[in-house]
Design a protein around this ligand. Sequence first.
Ligand SMILES: NC(=O)c1ccc[n+]([C@@H]2O[C@H](COP(=O)([O-])OP(=O)(O)OC[C@H]3O[C@@H](n4cnc5c(N)ncnc54)[C@H](O)[C@@H]3O)[C@@H](O)[C@H]2O)c1
Length: 484
Amino acid sequence: MQSNRRTFIKSLSAASALIATESVAKPFGVPAYIPNLMKVSPNDKIRFATIGMGIQGNFDTQAALRNPDVELVGVADLYTGRLEHAKTAYGKDKDLFTTRDHREILARSDVDAVLVVTPDHWHDHITIAALKAGKHVYCEKPMVQHLNEGKAVIDAWKKSGKTMQVGSQRISSAAFQEAKRLVEAGEIGQINYIESNNDRFSAIGAWDYSIPPDASTQTVDWDRFLGDAPKRPFDEKRFFRWRNYKDYGTGVAGDLFIHLITGVHFVTNTMGPTRIYSSGNLAYWKDGRDVPDIMACIMDYPKTEQHEAFQMVLRVNFANAGKINDVTRIIGNEGQIEFSENNLIMTKKKLPIAPGYGGYDSFFTFTEPVQQEFVKGYDAKYPPETRTSEPVKEVKFTAPKDDDAHAKHFADFFDNVRKGSQGTLEDPVFGFRAAAPVLACNESFFEQKVVHWDPITMTQKNPTAPTSTRKKTIASTKSTTKKT
Ligand SMILES: NC(=O)c1ccc[n+]([C@@H]2O[C@H](COP(=O)([O-])OP(=O)(O)OC[C@H]3O[C@@H](n4cnc5c(N)ncnc54)[C@H](O)[C@@H]3O)[C@@H](O)[C@H]2O)c1
């Protein structure tokens, strides 16, 4: 029964890919719903494997498993301890397949979908290989590590006809969905400015995660970890605290701005900014890291059919010993939406037509006769009904207690797998349109330049030549498979 389904899925995947790439393209090249060609029977379990079973790999796996009719069948990781831990955590009642080599997962016919939860420099390689191997993919944010890697993932996805979801799960929360509804209903008028910050002040908050005492070249597959990054001797800090190094991670921009911008793109239906500038500094966590611990950026979003022009300012400060007040504010000309945790507060405020006079104004500097003349003219122009504004209104939205954005993000992925659809909430086109501007922040910071971006064609207008100094060929990576 299972193998029949699998043969069926396999034989249809080429046809589906054709449909995805050629006949049912939505505007901007997003393939539309592919009618049930790759449908997984509602009675079948979706069997998935997690590639990268570190901190988020565990959280993702658990969130995925909070959905019905899905099963974890395999795990790939490069640290033996995590494979052993996975067997205890998820494999008590079965023989969970574990390996250090993700290609062994991709070769298995009992794996329908993979979760790519590795450090950022592996995202594109594993995602592309998985799609080519006919797997559906849930890839963690940011979808890619560098600006020039996005299109290859999008192409592979389109060709494969498979379902893909990028993992910035907060947009599946009730609060973000409510914000989207309010903005689309015009409740805060035209958006003109968005600000968002995510500050921290702790070693773990600043990514200095615990290193296991048995870390060594025996327990860690260091060569495979390096992948397309520069070769260097084993360094446990680089392996377990990879975010602190630009060879493997994407700094605070790719790690944290990405959540902020994903939310904003979801709520405003924007395609993205055209001008991106960032500045930053390594102010406090001078522990050998080569990425800033403070960064701010400004992005210019041009007027489009979806919205008026607006400006967005994002900030992360890992050295904020002051009062931390993380907030996202979407400001329009008739109010604002402010997020707090899983809730939101909308404040509606409209100016009266009459501008008023007096107070800190030039009126008192006029002579008495001129003041009288001014008042006469003002009264004629502005009748009483134009002088008052509606009272400020505050609307609070509290998400239901059991709102589980993470599980819901997986539910959207699995539902689309079952339907044979590529229409996930955060498909790779959406994922790259969100990732590209934050990756541009890194380029802006390290190269001290303004990045000019075309959000429609998803192309950088002023790339630094040569486009890629680190050619991405991983095929030569030696197989060091170990089953634990
Ligand atoms: N969506 C979110 O809210 C969220 C939160 C945290 C992290 N993340 C993302 O999840 C990813 C992982 O972050 P983390 O905090 O779990 O890191 P981590 O260091 O805790 O885990 C990464 C794991 O990947 C493994 N790994 C590395 N290269 C591999 C390869 N080639 N094949 C198989 N396994 C490999 C490592 O052994 C490690 O166990 C990152 O992309 C990060 O941005 C997302």
